[in-house]
Ligand binder design. Structure first.
Ligand code: SF4
Length: 163
């Protein structure tokens, strides 16, 4: 009991920290191409990302919790994305938003030389959101997945499908 007591308290502290983190995930102000328009729409009144505590887009990577990679990653921008990721404080998460960020999207063809075929070739990714572009609801779903990853609890359970 002498040994387990403090460990249990540290576990509780970690749970509380993760609960706070999950409800105040601040994204980076950062967009690469057309998918960024959908990311911006997510913060507007219709979709209202503020409901989930994630509307505070930060201009500095040092103040961000997660990066939404929204758009095509060219070989020229890839080192910039990597540097921004490295400048973020830990713990940090990455969402690959859209087909370009996941696999290069419609710009990948034979003998192409300047598109990175997925942001996971340069930084680790936590959540993948497919679509060209994905809808704002998909970004909200990605945020719920990140929250679930942190707390272990799904906030709004997906309704069971009845076919
Ligand atoms: S996935 Fe489609 S919408 Fe998104 S950046 Fe690529 S081409 Fe544009």
């Amino acid at each position: 009991m002498e040994v387990r007591g403090p460990l249990i308290r540290f576990g509780l502290l970690e749970e509380l920290l993760n609960l706070a983190r999950a409800n105040s995930l601040w994204p980076m102000t950062f967009g690469l191409a057309c998918c960024a328009i959908e990311m911006m729409a997510t913060t507007a009144a219709r979709f209202d990302l503020a409901r989930f505590g994630a509307e505070v887009f930060r201009p500095s990577p040092r103040q961000c919790d997660f990066m939404i990679v929204s758009g095509t990653i060219t070989r020229k921008i890839a080192p910039v994305v990597r540097t921004l990721y490295e400048q973020m404080a830990s713990p940090k998460w990455v969402v690959a938003f859209g087909n370009c960020a996941i696999s290069g999207g419609p710009f990948v063809f034979e003998n192409q030389y300047n598109i990175i075929e997925g942001v996971d070739k340069i930084i680790p990714v936590d959540v993948y959101v497919p679509g060209c572009p994905p809808r704002p609801e998909a970004l909200i779903e990605a945020l719920l997945k990140l929250q679930e990853k942190l707390t272990g609890v799904r906030r709004f359970p997906v309704p069971e499908r009845r076919w």
